[in-house]
Design a binder for this molecule. Structure first.
Ligand SMILES: Cc1ncc(COP(=O)(O)O)c(C=O)c1O
Length: 337
């Protein structure tokens, strides 16, 4: 991802405008990857009232803003079709149109498929890669090599630390990435893990693991949703269960949502009183959340169902509820033992 940014930057050398990365927000930390390279990351918003689905209209407004600025140019469009953190499986039509909009402006396309195989059973994940490949022949010739798909295998198999994933790109782009750009950071990296992962992928057990995971993730979403609405007073519209990725979203309690730092205060109060740490919708250090605050937190649904139930029960026992008052700072206590 980072090296693709370096490659595009080199190819566009001489253009003095600020290169802009467009992603859907809230999002994973693309700022952390691209701002160090001199890109500016801008977001089209995923809104709770639309079930966090991306919208062509919002994307168009943002692209028009970038187009209108003499000091900016669209350099890269991020497509994260099994979206972190919103758990929405993007509509293939939206994926296709965003690819066309990016390619038509000479921008690169990053298909971030980190959660491609992580979805509930009975969900057909949108293959952004298949959509892109279908579009390829119709894209301007200059765009046909300016794309990359990355698929971390860490999310589906819970082995993030291994740092192993798959890359798909035009052969020339792949050659440049693997034999030039990536060499500075991953020469000999993860060599021992690669055959182990290759064996695991070839073993039917890996497919069975994913099939089981799809069922349990769906069940967990149901368990959590029922707990939130049945026991923690959440209205259904304040819970967004989603259908893919390892997350779901819930709003912070009503009174916290009114505070400018409500998400942070809720996370802290919750952690201090119960030991349960929820993630913010925006990633750390969340500079984008200041411009576009979203009163939601993200729950990781990877742990065992019983552990999740224990965490929720702790919230309930500590008086956490959608209609709870904001805790006064002096009432915070860190549990011992
Ligand atoms: C959307 C998204 N893309 C990429 C990554 C990076 O994945 P990895 O650290 O496994 O390479 C993450 C990790 O959380 C992610 O959520």
């Amino acid at each position: 991802m980072f090296d693709f940014g370096r490659l595009l930057r080199d190819q566009d050398e001489g253009d003095r405008r600020t290169p802009v990365v467009v992603a859907a927000g809230p999002s994973w930390d693309y700022q952390g990857v691209y701002e160090a390279l001199g890109y500016r990351v801008r977001y089209h918003q995923l809104r709770p009232e639309r079930g966090f689905a991306p919208s062509d209209d919002d994307l168009d407004v943002l692209l028009a803003e970038v187009d209108a600025r003499p000091d900016e140019r669209l350099a890269l469009m991020v497509v994260n079709a099994q979206h972190n953190p919103t758990a929405v499986n993007w509509d293939p039509q939206f994926v296709a149109s965003s690819i066309r909009k990016a390619a038509g402006r000479g921008a690169g396309i990053l298909v971030d498929d980190a959660y491609y195989a992580v979805h509930d059973d009975e969900v057909v994940p949108t293959s952004a890669l298949a959509v892109l490949l279908e579009q390829l022949a119709d894209l301007p010739a200059s765009a046909r090599q300016r794309w990359l798909m990355v698929r971390s295998l860490g999310k589906q198999f819970h082995c993030n630390g291994w740092g192993i994933g798959a890359m798909v790109a035009d052969p020339q782009t792949l050659d440049l990435l693997v034999n030039r750009y990536c060499l500075h950071n991953c020469l000999m990296y993860g060599g021992g893990y690669q055959p182990a992962m290759a064996r695991w992928l070839a073993d039917p057990a890996s497919g069975e693991f994913l099939a089981r995971q799809r069922v349990t993730y769906r069940q967990r979403r149901t368990v959590i949703g029922e707990f939130l609405t049945g026991r923690l007073g959440y209205p259904t519209e304040a819970v967004h269960l989603g259908e893919c990725s390892s997350y779901l979203m819930l709003s912070v309690p009503r009174e916290y949502a009114l505070l400018p730092d409500g998400v942070e205060r809720f996370r802290w109060d919750c952690f201090a009183a119960t030991g349960v740490l929820l993630a913010p919708a925006w990633p750390w250090p969340y500079p984008a959340s200041v411009d576009t605050p979203l009163p939601y937190v993200r729950m990781f649904i990877g742990p065992e169902t019983e552990l999740i139930r224990t965490a929720l029960t702790r919230l309930e026992s500590a008086g956490f509820h959608h209609d709870m008052p904001v805790r006064r700072p002096e009432s915070r206590s860190v549990p011992m033992g």
